[in-house]
Design a binder for this molecule. Structure first.
Ligand code: GDP
Length: 176
């Protein structure tokens, strides 16, 4: 089960990635030929284990406009992931770039979980209402930096992992 984290620059993709893989940064693979593009690692959330892809490298390293980088980021996610975590910034609210991303992701064949990060000290109702315009359902409110909302993120991901064959497939998939 592979999950890709996408979203505009600075919403907290890398922070969430680091939290999901724990402190075992040494386990992060540099994907040959695309080290600037993404980082992959083994994530753990509750009793769920899965592969996670951080597409944030694109923000800084790729040439082109933010929209072009986002297109590339989204294409990468769509070709390699079973599910997508679409991060937005709960404090900033919905921006035009978020809408741009959402337009593309609504047509994805994979399930997309809308995640509103930086939601520490935020009660939720107003932000959830605004985020609804993205057409991706209600956001899961988290704080990647403070580790809040991880149980809710688990609740959103667990059924998808189970559907795609369970979370123990990773080890057997690596076997010859
Ligand atoms: P990325 O560009 O999407 O990968 O975003 P980063 O992970 O680099 O984070 C961008 C900035 O947001 C950094 O300064 C982080 O410390 C900050 N940040 C990330 N998560 C949170 C959070 O949950 N709450 C707050 N307040 N800041 C956060």
């Amino acid at each position: 089960f592979t999950v890709a984290i996408v979203g505009r620059p600075n919403v907290g993709k890398s922070t969430l990635f680091n939290r999901l893989i724990g402190r075992a940064l040494a386990l992060v693979d540099d994907v040959p030929g695309s080290t600037r593009d993404r980082r992959e690692g083994d994530a753990k959330l509750g009793d769920l284990t899965f592969r996670v892809i951080d597409t944030a490298g694109l923000d800084a390293a790729e040439p082109g406009t933010v929209e072009e980088k986002m297109q590339h980021q989204t294409a990468l996610a769509l070709e390699s992931a079973d599910a997508i975590l679409f991060l937005m910034d709960a404090r900033a609210g919905v921006t035009p770039l978020d809408r741009h991303f959402a337009d593309r992701l609504r047509r994805a064949r994979q399930p997309v979980i809308l995640v509103a990060n930086k939601a520490e000290n935020i009660r939720g109702a107003a932000e959830a209402g605004e985020a609804f315009v993205l057409g991706l359902g209600e956001p899961v409110l988290i704080s990647a930096e403070h580790g809040e909302g991880m149980a809710e993120l688990f609740d959103a991901l667990a059924p998808l992992a189970a559907k795609s064959g369970g979370d123990d497939e990773m080890a057997s998939a690596d076997a010859p």
